[in-house]
Design a protein. Sequence first.
Length: 50
Amino acid sequence: MSETTVAAHPHTAVRPRTRRARVADADRRNAAAALQRALDRRDNGGSTGH
């Protein structure tokens, strides 16, 4: 069963961590931080915000 699952979904196969994966993780963290800052700015702009 698991061989069929891996063949059907190769993107879910376990792969060793590479430099590329670490860069992608850093990019994801940076994007998440930028999104959080944007949401924080939006939350501060209401009628009671500045």
